[in-house]
Design a protein around this ligand. Structure first.
Ligand code: GDP
Length: 460
């Protein structure tokens, strides 16, 4: 490289740094909340959606200043890459299918090019770049944060209080029986692994149970790169067993400590701490289908997840790490399962689910926003005439491949009471993706609002 080229390169790097040209965006949510679909759509909108009619609320596109986005080669080969190309292929199949869900953490890096709007940057450059890093990780991992504030005994008490809830009790019976017959003086590898395998089955059953969101430790369910590590030999003994001075209780307490130190803390230090902005997806419609106990547990899970974003001076996180997330977006995903006039109620419902935890936090470091979105719209909306009146409806294809036109029902704007659920059943149907051709931008609901909130100020 010539001296001239070196100076130019250094100058460009300097101006990129000084003009704050990097952004790390975290995307999370509990399993099935829509992370994979969301990132796939986000990347596709940024690389193909330059039409104002398609992204009207995204200022850089509306003002025709967006010059396009490009997915970069992966720089660090040891970091799992978000499989964007494969995911798009699933959506292009005939018939299209949803891509496989998030199983661990992954990243994707993009370069976004745009014309600066005004101000110093517009004077200095006719064209600017923003390096965007998208980090995908399971929300279940955030549910582990409170473990840092408990010891093994407290975690066992917490877990068994949860397992005795009506929607979990029957499922936990077999595991409880297994623990009751377990030799409490046997701390051998074989015995630990055997009971851990049993506990994993239980966690998976909970995971498949509508409304059972709080499943700890998160890495047992979604191990990522840690599959098979000895500290993952971990399960909650019954509280009275955990307090006894047995070989098993002592061994599990050790594994618990090791899990906190070697899994939870490094996750925050290595991944979380470097995030600038965060999107948290919440599937509120499925939880309505699942009933009152499910809503309560989702609220509890959100409360725990929110702890990771409240790092006031006295918080656990601020004592351990220095997070710098400045904006958090809570998105009610899959809003295309409801008719458009219900979307307002959907975002109010999510706001209410978050209200209590937000109110309880003494210090809120990040700007938060709530909206109802569909990353990949799988329905079209319209009206049908019912007894002379126009009734809103959606059209789509069910998972049983049946074309349907229907009114999915009203979305409550506040959390319904337990009584309400005894008389009313919600039935928001899951849908297959719409047939989509690669050269078209992916259909969505409010992804332009998401882009504006998350990136708008960085593309000024
Ligand atoms: P993840 O576990 O958080 O990665 O969730 P996914 O992105 O894999 O989504 C789980 C399922 O939710 C998908 O297979 C789809 O059935 C559905 N889904 C996700 N996003 C959307 C959306 O925007 N619209 C609709 N209709 N369904 C969606």
């Amino acid at each position: 490289m010539s001296l001239y080229q070196k100076i130019r390169q250094q100058g460009r790097e300097f101006s990129q740094r000084t003009l704050d040209r990097h952004l790390r965006l975290g995307v999370t949510g509990l399993s099935g909340s829509g992370k994979t679909a969301f990132i796939t759509s986000l990347v596709h909108q940024l690389t193909h959606g330059d039409q104002p009619a398609h992204l009207p609320f995204f200022a850089v596109v509306r003002e025709k200043r967006y010059l396009g986005g490009q997915v970069n080669q992966q720089q660090v080969l040891s970091v799992p890459r978000f499989p964007i190309e494969q995911n798009l292929q699933y959506l292009q199949q005939k018939p299209p299918t949803w891509p496989p869900s998030t199983r661990g953490w992954s990243q994707l890096s993009l370069t976004l090019r745009y014309k600066p709007a005004a101000g110093l940057r517009a004077k200095l450059q006719s064209r600017s770049e923003l390096a965007l890093n998208i980090v995908d990780y399971p929300g279940e991992w955030l549910l582990d944060l409170p473990l840092l504030n408990m010891d093994y005994q407290q975690w066992c008490e917490f877990s068994w209080r949860l397992f005795r809830q009506p929607h979990r009790q029957a499922i936990a019976k077999d595991f409880e029986q297994h623990l009751l017959t377990l030799n409490q003086q046997d701390g051998t590898e074989l015995s630990l692994q055997n009971t851990t395998d049993n506990y994993k089955v239980l966690l998976q059953q909970f995971h498949d149970t509508p409304g059972a969101y709080l499943n700890q430790p998160g890495r047992l369910l979604v191990p990522g790169e840690l599959a098979g590590a000895p500290m993952l030999q971990l399960f909650p003994l019954l509280p009275e067993q955990a307090s006894a001075n047995t070989v098993l209780a002592k061994k599990l307490a050790q594994h618990y400590k090791s899990y906190c130190k070697n899994v939870i803390e490094p996750f925050y230090q290595q991944h979380f701490v470097s995030l600038d902005r965060q999107i948290i997806l919440v599937d509120c419609l499925t939880v309505l289908n699942s009933g009152y106990a499910a809503i309560q547990e989702l609220q509890q899970a959100l409360q725990l997840i929110l702890k990771s974003f409240h790092y006031g001076p006295s918080s656990l996180l601020a004592r351990l790490f220095k997070p710098k997330i400045s904006k958090v977006l809570f998105a009610a995903s899959k809003s295309d399962h409801a008719t458009p006039e219900q979307h307002k109620a959907l975002s109010l419902l999510l706001q209410q689910l978050l209200y209590q935890p937000l109110k309880l936090s003494h210090y809120q470091a990040a700007v938060t926003e709530v909206m109802a979105i569909a990353a990949i719209r799988a329905s079209t909306s319209g009206y049908v005439q019912v007894e002379g009146l126009a009734q809103p409806c959606i059209r789509g294809k069910t998972l049983q491949q049946k074309n349907v036109t229907y009114f999915p029902g009203e979305v409550p704007a506040t959390i319904p009471s337990a009584d309400f659920f005894t008389q009313h059943k919600f039935e928001f149907l899951a849908l297959e993706p719409i047939q989509w051709a690669e050269h078209q931008p992916l259909p969505h609901v409010r992804m332009d609002h998401v882009l504006q909130f998350m990136l708008g100020d960085k593309l000024e």
